[in-house]
Design a protein around this ligand. Sequence first.
Ligand code: MTE
Ligand code: MO
Length: 372
Amino acid sequence: DPYADDPIRHPALKVNSQRPFNAEPPPELLTENYITPNPIFFTRNHLPVPNLDPDTYRLHVEGPPGGQSLSLSLDDLYQFPKHEITVTLQCAGNRRSEMTQVKEVRGLEWSIGAISTARWAGARLCDVLAQAGHQLCETEAHVCFEGLDSDPTGTAYGASIPLARAMDPEAEVLLAYEMNGQPLPRDHGFPVRVVVPGVVGARHVKWLGKVSVASEESYSHWQRRDYKGFSPSVDWDTVDFDSAPSIQELPVQSAITEPKDGATVESGEVTIKGYAWSGGGRAVIRVDVSLDGGLTWQVAKLDGEEQCPRKAWAWRLWELQAPVPAGQKELNIVCKAIDDSYNVQPDTVAPIWNLRGVLSNAWHRIHVHASH
Ligand code: MTE
Ligand code: MO
């Protein structure tokens, strides 16, 4: 059993798949803290978790043609300036289960918890690439990452991002060795993972073994044959994966974590809580909440840290206390977030349905009963 050596996990996690391990925290735990505690941070593994020895670990960084390649130990990585940032990581499949309700999709049944936030610390990728002699002038270039997890044929997890993002110090791409002040937990990439702020989870390669620069995107299955969006009209017989760009920056997203769908709330006042986030460093500027299915709206209070313009890498938690309309027995609670480009979430799922069930960011809707 290649999974026999996987780590022990927190019992509160809702498991979507045991082997490989995929799990999300329950909604009410997800927004209990602005920073998600490591044991309940959502986990998305495609393969068994490798058991790596920090003393013999080496990160291979390929140099440019004619240049020097680097083989970096953990101690070597610690010599680069240590950079620490708060970043929200979201899987492209977050909220896929809502797409499944429209029509069958292929993928894990994530609810609203395939998203979490941590303080990440490590070396900046731009500093490591510069040491290896890379420059930005390489046109149409991509930085490819390879994990040390692999399938029985020896194929490793891989992904890539554009070189321009990797080389931009303001994009703050990290080779992270700490998560919330601790060494990375095994499930989250021990000893080193990539953190690409504002970009889909799939590019944050864990158990990082190799970094290289290429004129083309990574040839990995997960870069080329997965994690792409398509029209609702495309099915598995007609899909042409080469016709769509790989997902990088994610669209604006929000969800309600409290109350729970189907719950009964006290008459009087109801407290509604949730999260909101947008990709590409775009800040969430507002969250609108409706108690009547979207007919009328109220503005929620945004909690969480102040955000740098164009570098809003982390989510905002939000809250609204609203009177339960007298005599109202059923409430259709809806939320939608707006980012600083005034991007909005689509109101329903059907028009954004796609065969892989990615990019599911319609208004989040729950139904609760009021006890009068
Ligand atoms: N890196 C490796 N090496 N192997 C993987 O299976 N999964 C990716 C990414 N990096 C993956 C990986 C996907 S799809 C996501 S959403 C994130 O890791 C999840 O990171 P987490 O498990 O720390 O939440
Ligand atoms: Mo993912």
